[in-house]
Design a protein around this ligand. Structure first.
Ligand SMILES: Cc1ncc(COP(=O)(O)O)c(C=O)c1O
Length: 419
């Protein structure tokens, strides 16, 4: 039996891996530096006076073949802009997955809508269309679909349900830049799609986000006004038509975004190629990589794999501790070892003062978020290891990552030594 690093043995990963946290795992060049210098020298740091934000919006819309793109401060802001646009009545319901970032649910609650959690498919960990349909009530307004880990959700089934029940579909593509479901880009199925350019994403502006759509006016409001103080600036003068925050992107973010967008294919291809290679290297190891659905192109925001606790001689937490000691950069479960609805903001209604709104509103259906609402999601959160991924991983890194996983799993496998 190999000596685990956790027991004082040699680490399988000799040096640190490229990380999204710094230049080792991010790809910036002279282009970004020049673009930033240009903005600073121009003295125009806001979209109000500079050209970069609208150039970035046009380029992003073109890449996705859609009519409109609105650049915003971050991915949560993008999703909030989409939900503000939907203009739900307090107590209206929005269906989403509990295997996603908290940034997916914050906008729902902030607009006083009720998050209704549908369970996930046990294999892909994406929202399960059957569970979506079961959770539809007369109050349901929208389905908010996260393409989790960068792998496309089952959009044919989801769009069919949305059409049947006349629901709006918002796609959360924060992790799914240039992911394809069949021949179509994720982000072009629903009514609106939202992206994040946060530090860990396929392309980054540090923080940043984008909303895309083929429409820019419905529900009694304009899409762009939803991230701009409800302000129809294009008419001139000052007017504020409804409650909306200021989520502007700065020219500095947009300048970097424009350059990163030019390299997006390269980033995505590199992530996918190294993920495919790791899957190959893990072929003989008793783990279940979370792979994209057949006929789709997943883009590996994380590289995730599932463990079967019944085959292990130690808890999954011990496996993770041992992997970390070997040099793996990962964690158990997304968005943690509990699904989204078990965090205090949802389960304990930690929202506006002591009101508990929107959960306590008379108009709202009461849901007990402390119960096991989504059993597959609960299991996935406890049995999945997510590894941070970047476009800078090389063959030698992948060999070492595979060796680390092999070493730890074979040591802790119940069948170890019995063959
Ligand atoms: C699936 C998903 N949705 C929403 C968000 C929120 O984006 P941001 O962190 O840019 O606000 C993220 C980012 O972590 C995400 O991964």
């Amino acid at each position: 039996m190999q000596d685990l690093a956790i027991n004082g043995g040699p680490r399988a990963i000799e040096s640190t891996l490229p990380s999204f946290r710094d230049a080792s795992g991010r790809t910036f060049g002279q282009e970004e530096l020049d673009a930033l210098t240009e903005v600073i020298k121009s003295g125009r740091l806001s979209f109000l006076t500079g050209p970069k934000t609208s150039e970035f919006e046009r380029a992003f819309a073109e890449k996705y073949g859609v009519k409109h793109a609105v650049a915003v401060a971050n991915g949560t802001a993008a999703l909030h802009t989409a939900v503000i646009y939907l203009n739900p009545e307090p107590g209206d319901e929005i269906i989403l997955s509990p295997v996603t970032d908290v940034g997916t649910v914050i906008p729902v609650i902030a607009q006083l809508a009720i998050p209704v959690f549908a369970d996930v498919d046990p294999v892909t960990q994406n929202i399960d269309p059957v569970s979506i349909e079961r959770n539809i009530t007369p109050r349901t307004r929208a389905i908010l679909v996260t393409h989790v880990y960068g792998h496309p959700a089952d959009m044919d089934a989801i769009m069919a349900i949305a059409r049947k029940h006349n629901l709006v579909v918002i796609e959360d593509c924060a992790q799914a830049h240039l992911a394809y479901y069949k021949d179509k880009l994720c982000g072009t199925f629903g009514d609106i799609a939202c992206f994040s350019f946060q530090q860990s994403k396929h392309m980054t502006t540090g923080d940043g986000g984008m909303v895309i759509s083929n429409e820019d006016e419905r529900f009694g409001r304009g899409l762009r006004h939803c991230s701009d103080k409800g302000w129809p600036r294009e008419r001139g003068g000052r007017d504020h038509l409804f409650l909306a925050p200021n989520y502007h992107m700065t020219e500095l973010q947009a300048a970097v975004g424009l350059e990163q967008l030019k390299k997006l294919e390269q980033f995505v291809d590199a992530r996918v190629a190294s993920a495919d290679r790791l899957t190959e290297l893990l072929a003989g190891v008793d783990v279940q990589p979370v792979l994209p659905l057949e006929g789709t192109v997943g883009v590996y925001f994380f590289y995730s794999f599932r463990l079967d606790p019944s085959k292990l001689s130690v808890p999954v937490t011990q496996v993770m501790t041992a992997l970390t000691a070997e040099g793996i950069d990962g964690f158990i479960g997304y968005p943690g070892q509990i699904p989204l609805y078990k965090y205090p903001v949802v389960r304990d209604h930690k929202t506006f003062g002591s009101s508990g709104w929107p959960f306590t509103l008379e108009a709202a259906r009461k849901i007990d978020y402390s119960s096991v609402l989504c059993p597959e999601a609960e299991r996935a959160c406890q049995e999945t290891i997510c590894m941070w991924w970047t476009d800078r991983l090389e063959e030698r890194h992948l060999q070492q990552i595979a060796a680390a996983i092999h070493k730890v799993i074979s040591t802790y496998s119940k069948s170890a030594g019995s063959a």
